[in-house]
Design a protein around this ligand. Structure first.
Ligand SMILES: [Zn+2]
Length: 264
């Protein structure tokens, strides 16, 4: 059975509570969704490397979690032929790729698709507390050990922490991605949160709150994984979730990798 790209997108959206929503960023960014679907590549974000590998895999649809053009809404106005954006757009067109964003809806899936994929990777599914959205209750450990566990299970070259490395952690708020410093601090203020695990942080805000909390005798910790590292397994899990919806369609995950690298 052959389907168009749009039919595949519609099949996904039909599984999401409250979708479609007019205010969502989950729209087609580039391409022609009326074309027959040849295959799907899921990715955290669309890099030049992801584009080439998607094409090689036979896909003509990239399902991306993050924006393609450096703006939350992928707005095209006011870019005045920016050479980086133009080169990316041109290459997507040359490769015949359609890009659809699956961000709001994947998070709106119950349970949150990103968090589910990451929890599965960590072996934390049984730690998730269904009565408290985004909370995991882990066996008591130190902030240092928790960070080491995350680093090892997610195969990361490094993670960063704020707060006392020896503090005890049990109640973990999984604020994956980049929810903003405000939400991270609000989570750390709670009595039922020991540590926030995030992708990106606001150093002046969340990190300083964690530092002061330790000094003030109310220990709170922060583990910063990096945005890609904190969400990529959610887009990898999407392959497994999608396959039964689109039987016979080749679906692959492409790891876009962290844009930042460490210089020691
Ligand atoms: Zn996300």
């Amino acid at each position: 059975m052959s389907v168009t790209i749009q039919e595949a997108i519609d099949a996904i959206v039909a599984r999401i509570p409250g979708a479609p929503r007019a205010d969502s960023v989950d729209t087609v960014k580039v391409g022609n969704p009326a074309l027959p679907l040849t295959g799907i590549a899921t990715a955290f974000t669309v890099t030049f490397d992801v584009m080439e590998k998607a094409k090689e895999s036979g896909a003509n649809l990239i399902v991306t979690h993050e924006p393609t053009f450096y703006d939350h809404y992928d707005r095209m106005e006011d870019w005045g032929g920016d050479p980086v954006r133009e080169a990316k757009l041109r290459r997507l067109e040359e490769l015949g790729l359609t890009v659809w964003r699956f961000h709001d809806y994947w998070h709106a899936h119950r349970p949150d698709g990103i968090r589910t994929g990451v929890a599965r990777k960590l072996g934390w599914e049984s730690y998730l507390d269904p009565s408290r959205e985004g909370m995991a209750v882990v066996p008591p450990t130190t902030l240092r050990s928790l960070a080491q566990e995350l680093k090892s299970k997610l195969s990361l070259p490094y993670v960063r922490i704020a707060g006392n490395p020896d503090m005890t952690c049990r109640e973990v708020a999984m604020l994956l991605g980049a929810p903003g410093g405000e939400r991270q601090v609000q989570a750390l203020r709670r009595d039922d949160v020991d540590v926030v695990v995030c992708g990106e942080t606001a150093e002046w805000q969340t990190c300083e709150y964690a530092r002061d909390a330790s000094a003030a005798g109310r220990p709170r910790g922060l583990v910063v994984l990096g945005h890609f590292a904190s969400e990529d397994d959610g887009m990898r899990y999407l392959v497994e979730w999608l396959q039964p919806l689109l039987p016979g369609v080749r679906i692959v995950h492409l790891a876009s990798g962290d844009p930042l690298s460490l210089v020691l």
